[in-house]
Design a protein around this ligand. Structure first.
Ligand code: NAD
Length: 507
């Protein structure tokens, strides 16, 4: 594999940042925060992490801005998000280049991630005219009962490396139209994409006359996040990342009785039934398992195949895995880019060792592809005799474990027997099986699909998962409600004062 040199990647990153208007933001040759590219493992830039005082100031700015922003009519708030969407469209290729350089996504997936930002802005602009409350019939004459939705306050967005921009936009576009302001702490592995997005949002705010403090960026690792989590001026902590991080954040926010929205790890499975259209299933399986080098929260990690089609499915998936081109994500015919870092490769080999010790058979892949730079691996397919502890864990790398089943009840039981509950799918042409999978006693995940893979959700639906995945919902449908507070209002327009439930008090 021939990789570009880090200098040329650095030049590319600098050009993309400059195009987004972020030329002078944050770089410091002595800085303690290092932006690397997983393409070569080399350094793109050194940056200064945000100090504790600056984090506190950022929250203060966002809180001041909130006090003004909350009174701006929602459709006018939508104008800011509309402008942001225009700027994201204008800079789609710059942002996608940064996503590829920092997160290692192939160009098509990086462009898709930026498109997701544009789509969610469009959704949020429409939403800015639809923040509906209900009116309920009052049991008392001359009374009106209704609910109204109000802005919540400062939202801290803590995001993961693998969706360095889309997750921010899901939160930010919605929060802004809901009247909230945002302090964003991106992953310490992807600060440059964040700097570019922040510059574009600042420009959008200037263009429409919104307060500058509607968005603040803070850079650094876990401790910067912890400070936001503990700050009582933060009304909602929206945190995306590992279950380990979610446990820590959830506990701390609960301690101050704050609100949080958690989007954590998954351990996603697909059931392949005897009636499955295997041509379609294999394509869905391969994209979900090997795409983004297995580094999506929705990546397919477990295949639960009916024994009658197991051999054929395994053979076809293995054949497709062997044909995937692993390499430089900037090249057009590459389908699998690098792992984010050395630690991911170590986790992958440790998981494969455990799977073998549990009686698993490596069908293909799981090898390091020599590059002289980043950490490139061939996606692994492992046939397992049972759902052992390693299969029940999320290993953030391209490993697909295969289990077999005899009855649909057995498949669903296996499917649900993991601590996580993010995404799931069934490949079947039998409507009864499909409906059973989607029913209350079917998949226990937040996302359950039929005849498509587990990854690649659209923004229109609410995104998130159950159990250890954290229970949060972001993006479409009514996910906006998490970013607002609900007030129930009773208005008495009569000259009487009847009490509810017929209670009499005094004369
Ligand atoms: P991570 O948990 O290491 O880091 C995520 C973010 O949390 C980073 O910004 C990090 O600095 C911050 N953080 C870490 N510890 C913290 C603490 N104690 N307090 C506050 N902030 C803290 O995750 P990662 O390696 O960047 O991302 C991969 C993980 O994220 C996987 O488990 C993946 O499944 C999950 N993920 C979930 C979703 C989802 O929507 N459910 C989406 C993307 C990624």
């Amino acid at each position: 594999m021939i990789l570009p040199d880090t200098d040329s990647l650095r030049t590319r990153a600098e050009a993309a940042l400059a195009a987004c208007g972020a030329r002078d933001d944050h770089p410091n040759p002595e800085g303690a925060l290092t932006a690397r590219t997983p393409i070569t493992g080399g350094v793109l830039c050194r940056l200064t992490p945000t100090t504790s005082t600056q984090v506190s100031d950022a929250v203060a700015d966002a809180h001041d801005a909130f006090l003004r922003w909350r009174t701006v009519p929602a459709p006018q708030r939508g104008a800011l998000v509309r402008r942001l969407g225009e700027l994201l469209t204008e800079h789609k290729s710059d942002l996608a280049a940064l996503v590829t350089l920092e997160a290692g996504k192939i160009t098509s997936e990086a462009l898709g991630e930026v498109q997701e930002m544009i789509d969610v802005c469009e959704f949020a602009v429409g939403l800015s005219r639809q923040l509906y409350g209900r009116t309920m019939p009052s049991e008392r004459a001359g009374h009106r009962l209704m609910e109204t939705w109000h802005p919540l306050g400062v939202v801290a967005v803590i995001s993961a490396f693998n969706f360095p921009v889309a997750v921010w936009s899901w939160n930010t576009a919605l929060a802004l139209v809901c009247g909230d302001t945002v302090v964003w702490k991106p992953s310490e592995l992807t600060p440059l994409t964040a700097i570019a997005c922040d510059a574009l949002l600042r420009r959008a705010a200037e263009d429409v006359g919104a307060p500058a403090g509607v968005h603040r960026l803070v850079l650094g690792a876990g401790p910067v996040g912890e400070q936001l989590v503990d700050d009582p001026r933060v009304a909602l902590v929206s945190a995306t990342g590992s279950v380990r991080m979610g446990r820590a954040v959830g506990l701390r926010v609960a301690q101050r009785l704050g609100r949080c929205l958690l989007e954590l790890g998954g351990n996603n499975a697909a059931v392949v039934a005897p009636s499955a259209d295997l041509d379609l299933a294999v394509r869905g399986i391969v994209f979900s398992a090997a795409g983004t080098a297995g580094q999506r929260c929705t990546s397919l990690r477990r295949l639960i195949v009916h024994s009658s089609v197991a051999d054929e499915t395994i053979e076809r998936v293995a054949s497709a895995f062997r044909q995937l081109r692993v390499g430089n994500p900037l090249e057009a015919d590459t389908l699998v880019g690098p792992l984010i870092r050395e630690r991911s490769w170590e986790a992958m080999t440790a998981a494969l060792d455990k799977a073998r010790a549990d009686g698993g058979t490596l069908v293909c892949g799981g090898e390091r592809v020599e590059s002289g730079g980043g950490h490139y691996v061939s996606p692994a397919l492992v046939r397992m005799p049972a759902q052992t502890a390693v299969v029940r864990e999320e290993t953030f790398a391209p490993i697909l474990y295969v289990l077999t089943y005899e009855t649909l009840d057995e498949a669903i039981a296996l499917h649900n027997d993991v601590p996580q509950g993010l995404s799931s799918s069934i490949f079947t042409t039998d409507q009864r099986e499909a409906e059973r999978f989607l029913a209350a006693d079917g998949s226990d995940c937040g996302i359950a699909n039929v005849n498509i893979g587990t990854s690649g959700a659209e923004i229109g639906g609410a995104f998130g998962g159950e159990k250890e995945t954290g229970g949060g919902r972001e993006s479409g449908s009514d996910a906006w409600k998490a970013y607002m507070r609900r007030a129930t209002n009773t208005v008495n327009y009569s000259d009487q004062l009847p009490l509810a439930q017929g209670v009499k008090f005094g004369r």
